[in-house]
Design a protein around this ligand. Structure first.
Ligand code: GLA
Length: 387
């Protein structure tokens, strides 16, 4: 079926616009974005796809989720009627935040579907937000820039979903380019595209198929803990604005004044920022062994200091450690489930997938999802989409 057809079945006419919004991977730099640090993500060739039309009524939005077979209607005059959870919150949140940014969204009809696994740490939520905001901006010629749409999408998640996320996911979904990774400075929002050249290696994602409920509440706790660390250090270093400005010596000098948990959270972030920069150097030098070692270090930091791993993720990472054909592995995304990202010798990928799937099934009785992803482009209009 095509998305145009699905739209026609739902709303009885053809859509004017079809949009594809990608998910993302992140090579390294987890939880550094809201600490104004560095990240190294890329948009992938898995998407949420939309068909959109102006609506027949100026004050009514009608959005149909093809996958969930659910229709959501809301009045554009009642954007403070926050739904009680699920995909609807992202939708109304995007519209509300675009309005707050000064854009006048009118009534619209929309259907969407996705091939991005949810809860896998591939940012299906950012794809949902970015695809919708981009589509509305186009169809009503609202004139917001891509960066403004990124910010509206991020705020939708803060204010209508309740996750105080950083900017990485929305930025990547909106700004991604084919075959390029983005080195983003989350403070200045300066960014650079790098071709992703991995020599004999390739990226394989392993999805635990575990999505812990904890993820969003613990996410906000981590963010608050980082802020607590910054507040304490500011007494001694008033120039500090975020953990981006902190080095390990500053942190160690005041270790005894902090709760141990705050110290560990801050240490992980300070070191993870350095790892992003070191990882870029390693890629530039085609030194994949060093790049891989940084992935393992990142995972160790997330397991023991930031404490966002879980037994399934740890098992997958541990399994790779004595395999000659894997140079690095770590959990990817917010944590508490989702995927590991693995740097694997291209010629041994099939063997890797076979072995790791088998042991995972045996250990947890859960089917592992393994994906090869290509680096696709950021949000764009397309002619029609098969799903
Ligand atoms: C989630 C958030 C991002 C980022 C990652 C962790 O995906 O949406 O902003 O913080 O977790 O790196």
């Amino acid at each position: 079926m095509t998305i145009t057809k699905a739209f026609e079945e739902q709303f009885g006419e053809l859509p004017q616009l079809q949009i594809q919004a990608p998910g993302r991977i992140n090579l390294i730099g987890e939880h550094t974005d809201y600490n104004e640090g560095f990240v190294l993500p890329a948009s992938i060739d898995k998407y949420i796809s939309f068909a959109i039309n102006k609506g027949s009524r100026d004050d009514l939005a009608r959005v149909y989720s093809i996958d969930k077979k659910e229709l959501y209607e809301f009045k554009l005059t009642q954007l403070d009627a926050i739904p009680s959870g699920g995909w609807r919150n992202y939708i109304i949140g995007v519209v509300a935040e675009m309005e707050k940014a000064g854009a006048k969204v009118k009534g619209f009809d929309c259907v969407f579907t996705g091939n991005l696994p949810q809860g896998a740490g591939l940012s299906s939520s950012a794809a949902l937000e970015c695809g919708l905001s981009y589509g509305l901006n186009e169809i009503f010629a609202l004139g917001l820039s891509r960066l403004e749409l990124v910010k509206c999408s991020q705020k939708a998640e803060h204010n209508y979903v309740g996750v105080k996320c950083g900017i990485m996911d929305q930025f990547t979904s909106m700004m991604g380019q084919e075959n390029k990774v983005i080195r983003l400075d989350c403070r200045s929002l300066d960014y650079e595209y790098f071709p992703l050249e991995l020599g004999d290696f390739t990226i394989v994602l392993c999805n635990t198929n575990i999505a812990h409920e904890l993820a969003s509440s613990e996410y906000n706790v981590r963010r608050a803990q980082c802020e607590e660390g910054v507040a304490l250090l500011q007494k001694y270093y008033p120039e500090i604005k975020s953990l981006r400005d902190v080095d390990i010596n500053m942190l160690q000098a005041h270790k005894s004044e902090m709760e141990d948990v705050i110290y560990r959270r801050c240490k992980y972030i300070v070191e993870e920022n350095l790892r992003v920069l070191a990882f870029c150097d390693a890629l530039n030098n085609a030194d994949f062994e060093s790049a891989g070692a940084l992935l393992y270090q990142a995972h160790e930091g997330m397991r023991t200091e930031y404490e966002i791993s879980c037994k399934e993720l740890d098992f997958l990472v541990e399994f790779t450690k004595d395999k000659d054909f894997v140079v690095g592995s770590r959990l990817m995304g917010g944590g508490f489930g989702g995927c590991t990202i693995n740097l694997v010798k291209q010629k041994d990928t099939a063997q890797f997938i076979e072995e790791i799937s088998k042991v995972y099934l045996k250990e947890f009785d859960i089917q592992l999802g393994c994906y090869h992803v290509n680096i696709g482009s950021g949000v764009k209009s397309v002619t029609d989409i098969e799903y």
